[in-house]
Write a protein that binds this ligand. Structure first.
Ligand code: PEP
Ligand code: MN
Length: 338
């Protein structure tokens, strides 16, 4: 259930409503928007008589949530979520944020050179996998925490933020001081134990859509994190598996406006995994910006042809620089900055 408080409701009135909801056996999640406070009640609300809450002082209206996800739905934060980071970087606001870096962190020189070039071109985040989910157990599996320490150093030297994939619960704690944002990969979108644990941390999580997941399943996975009280979730469209084989995955651009309509959470487009081909990354990145994405996650490498993973979809640094300029034009055309 959603209880929308009146614009000028007092703290006492809000507290009284929360108390009544808790008394009725409902878990309460509160969000304070620019205009009003919204209280989302989760749990056994089906049998509750909602009119009882409607009559409480300070309440504007009460309604049931028909979707299976309660906190990820637009109704919880009608004006949209803005996730804030150090350095004043915000995802979900007017500015489109760019996260760029190699698929995998490989060595010091590679990650420092990438950081320098990403910053120079106007990126905000340095990305790079330290723990890699590879289809083959014989493929490069990543450098682990020492790799992440290198990326943190490189990011700090160039004023960038850090995003990296977490694959299992035991990695959360050692990663916490090294990342600004956790990435949950497509293969782990339905690793519910991991999602629950990430609901307990107070650090943003970028949740990628699974390769065979519907948008509703993506939002339900986000719900696992939100229901733990971590409301800083960013969604990511990275392509899904269809019968089309011309590209590695089928980048579902439509998912961007669909998510915007259904949810308050920001959404980022990943045209690298979305296409799997270097020559298709730029057109899909621009399409994602045009469709309303709040950010772009893209793989770049100073020696892209020799990248230890995902080389075929990794941009040369010059291509990235050119793409940044083109995306800026698209962003301006749709009333945003980049
Ligand atoms: C990645 O970002 O390098 C990655 C492994 O992505 P995904 O989980 O989307 O395959
Ligand atoms: Mn990759």
């Amino acid at each position: 259930m959603i209880v929308a408080m009146q614009e000028h409701a007092t703290e006492e009135q809000i507290d009284a409503v929360i108390e009544a909801m808790v008394e009725a056996g409902v878990g309460v999640h509160r969000t304070t928007g620019a205009l009003q406070t919204i209280l989302a009640g989760v749990g056994p609300t089906a049998s509750l008589d909602l009119s009882k809450f409607e009559l409480l002082p300070g309440v504007e209206h009460v309604h049931r949530i028909s979707s299976p996800y309660k906190l990820a739905g637009r109704g919880f934060r009608p004006e949209g979520t803005v996730v804030e980071f150090r350095n004043g970087v915000k995802i979900g606001g007017n500015q489109v944020i760019v996260m760029a870096g190699p698929c995998s962190i490989e060595n010091r020189e590679q990650i420092f050179e990438t950081a320098r070039r990403v910053k120079e071109s106007g990126g905000s985040f340095l990305r790079g996998g330290a723990f890699k989910p590879r289809s083959s157990p014989y493929a490069f599996q990543g450098l682990g925490i020492p790799g992440l320490q290198l990326m943190r150093e490189a990011a700090e030297a160039h004023g960038l933020l850090v995003i990296s994939e977490v694959m299992e619960i035991s990695q959360i704690e050692p990663m916490l001081p090294l990342v600004d944002c956790f990435q949950v990969g497509a293969r782990n979108m339905q690793n519910f134990n991991l999602l629950r644990e990430l609901g307990q941390v107070r650090k943003p999580v970028l949740l990628k859509r699974g390769i065979a997941a519907t948008i509703e399943e993506l939002l339900l996975s986000a719900e696992y994190i939100l229901s733990g009280g971590n409301y800083d979730v960013i969604l990511c469209e990275r392509g899904i598996r269809t019968y089309e084989t011309a590209t590695r995955n089928t980048m579902d651009i439509a998912a961007i406006p669909v998510v915007k309509k259904l949810s308050h959470l920001p959404i980022v487009g990943d045209p690298s995994h979305g296409t799997g081909r270097r020559d298709m990354v730029a057109p899909l990145a621009k399409a994602a910006v045009a469709a309303g994405a709040d950010g772009i996650l893209v793989e770049v490498h100073p020696n892209a042809d020799k990248a230890a993973s995902d080389a075929a979809q990794t941009l040369y640094m010059e291509q990235f620089d050119a793409l940044m300029k083109e995306m800026r034009v698209v962003a301006t055309a749709v009333g945003r900055t980049l």
